[in-house]
Design a protein around this ligand. Structure first.
Ligand code: AP5
Length: 211
């Protein structure tokens, strides 16, 4: 059987990256994430694309969306090469959702639901290990190894001010995408406001029963 094609939706901090890592391991699919792809190319020159700013960094550090033209090309290239995937961070507006329809079919569309207060707490407490890319949280999931703890860094867009703007952009642009998939009957909602392992049990079952 072909590997599953999974879309994971949710607000910033809902746990898309955390659950995608588990999906990747368990279902042996690629993790296609626009956030990581853009962070790896933050200073790419996009000035020839008739965009407001000249690099992705200038959008990301403000909490704004990077222009569709840039992001669509990244996703199309990654999906072409993937034999099964979990897509995380895309589509973020209705134009991107329409674009995605022309690129691939989906087997499962998941949405992780988490309250606003919890999202802010998760994002401002998130830390990354620059050596391994592993995600931690100062309170919920601190590293056991003091050496790892010392080298942890905060993402540039996880400051309180930028988090607020990211959530505003999410409500305006990405919530309509979730409503769109809900109306088509494809959306599977998962309560994301529980411990990561409990959320994972639900995510795994949902994918298994849909594929
Ligand atoms: P991106 O990197 O996609 O960020 P995001 O969608 O804002 O999502 P996050 O990565 O912040 O959160 P997450 O849901 O993955 O949560 P995580 O698992 O880490 O995008 C960044 C920027 O890139 C955008 O602002 C935009 O500028 C640009 N961009 C990206 N895609 C784009 C697109 N398609 N179009 C245009 N621009 C685009 O968890 C968060 C924290 O909570 C962690 O510390 C974790 O340990 C903890 N945690 C996770 N699950 C739980 C749990 N169940 N209980 C307790 N703590 C938990």
């Amino acid at each position: 059987m072909a590997q599953p094609r999974i879309l994971i939706l949710g607000a910033p901090g809902a746990g898309k990256g955390t659950q995608s890592a588990k999906i990747t391991d368990h279902f042996d699919v690629d993790h296609v994430t626009t956030g990581d792809a853009l962070r790896a190319n933050k200073d790419m020159d996009i000035s020839d694309m008739d965009t407001e700013y000249d690099t992705p960094r200038e959008y990301m550090d403000r909490g704004e969306l990077v222009p569709d033209e840039v992001v669509n090309a990244i996703v199309e290239e990654a999906l072409t090469q993937a034999d099964g995937f979990v897509l995380d961070g895309y589509p973020r507006n209705l134009e991107q959702a329409e674009e995605l329809e022309g690129m691939t079919d989906l087997d499962v569309v998941l949405s992780l639901d988490v309250s606003e207060e919890e999202l802010v707490h998760r994002l401002t407490g998130r830390r990354m290990d620059p050596e391994t890319g592993d995600i931690y949280h100062l309170e919920y999931n601190p590293p056991e190894d003091p050496e790892v703890e010392e080298r942890l860094v905060q993402r540039d867009d996880d400051t309180e001010e930028t988090v607020k703007e990211r959530l505003r952009v999410y409500h305006e642009n990405t919530e309509p995408v979730i409503e769109y998939y809900d109306e088509t009957g494809a959306l599977e909602r998962v309560d994301g406001e529980r411990a990561p392992e409990e959320v994972w049990e639900d995510v795994k079952e949902t994918i298994e029963s849909a594929t």
